[in-house]
Design a protein around this ligand. Structure first.
Ligand code: GEK
Length: 241
């Protein structure tokens, strides 16, 4: 796995994009930047095992290099009859990510589409994953996306939504941000790399509060949504149709 040293220089300082350079170090970047990332993937496998319905479609929207797509596949594979006949579909709009993802998953029974998830047709779904992706979708388009997912799910189907989150209280927000930055320092990032990345992600990654997410999921139609995981300012929600 190539190590992320992108922000040791300031080439990327003008704004973050999922280009070839990011894609080439992405596994290292996300593992050292998102506390709980590995655990989220383990639980995507477990939740896929639990909620995959026979003959349904499972989607990983914003799949990057396919880590959660593979977790969906493992969850279904380990299942015996209930996961049988499922289609697993990964979607990402970064050509650099999709090219690498297709290569890495070429022997797996999954389809990888290079597409904007706002244009993806969701149909006959039982599990949909948005693993740290909604935060990159413009705020005004988030409800429409969740409504589309809701309508494309079968009854009993689930959405797994993992996000970086914000806090209403400014002091709490600052404390959680400090803890996240301490995590990144402990993972070997320097203060300069942390601060350059923070600047690059401004206006690109827009976090919201957990209550805003739960409220929107309710508005989209989901009858239940629960936060099953939180570590500092990162959390994951499961919403059920
Ligand atoms: C994982 N889920 O490893 N349409 C398609 N893809 C998009 C869009 C969009 N509108 N917006 C962003 N992306 C992965 C990690 S990374 C998270 C997801 C992060 C894609 C973007 O190209 C990138 O690959 C991914 O969403 C976000 O479990 O970098 O913090």
């Amino acid at each position: 796995m190539d190590r992320d040293a992108i922000y040791t220089s300031d080439i990327h300082a003008n704004g973050f994009t999922f280009d070839d350079r990011v894609a080439s170090v992405f596994t290292d970047m996300i593992s050292r930047s998102v506390p709980g990332y590995e655990q989220a993937l383990q639980m995507v496998e477990l939740l896929s095992h639990q909620y995959a319905q026979e003959g349904s479609n499972l989607y990983d929207l914003g799949c990057s290099l396919g880590a959660a797509t593979m977790a969906l596949a493992r969850g279904v594979k380990s299942h015996g009859y209930r996961g049988h006949n499922c289609n697993i579909i990964g979607v990402d709009n970064s050509p650099a990510m999709v090219e690498r993802c297709r290569e890495a998953l070429k022997d797996e029974p999954v389809t990888v589409l290079c597409q904007d998830i706002l244009d993806t047709e969701i149909d006959n779904g039982s599990v949909v994953v948005l693993n740290f992706v909604l935060q990159f979708v413009p705020k005004e388009k988030r409800l429409t996306l969740l409504e589309k997912i809701y309508h494309g799910l079968r009854p009993g189907g689930v959405l797994i939504l993992s996000e970086k989150i914000a806090f209403d209280d400014a002091d709490e927000n600052r404390r959680q941000t400090e803890l996240h930055e301490a995590f990144k320092r402990a993972q070997g990032y320097s203060d300069l790399e942390i601060s350059r990345k923070r600047t690059a992600l401004e206006n690109v990654l827009i976090p919201e509060t957990l209550s805003a997410h739960h409220e929107r999921l309710k508005q989209a139609g989901f009858f239940s949504s629960n936060t099953w995981f939180q570590c500092f300012n990162f959390a994951s929600i499961i919403a059920i149709k």
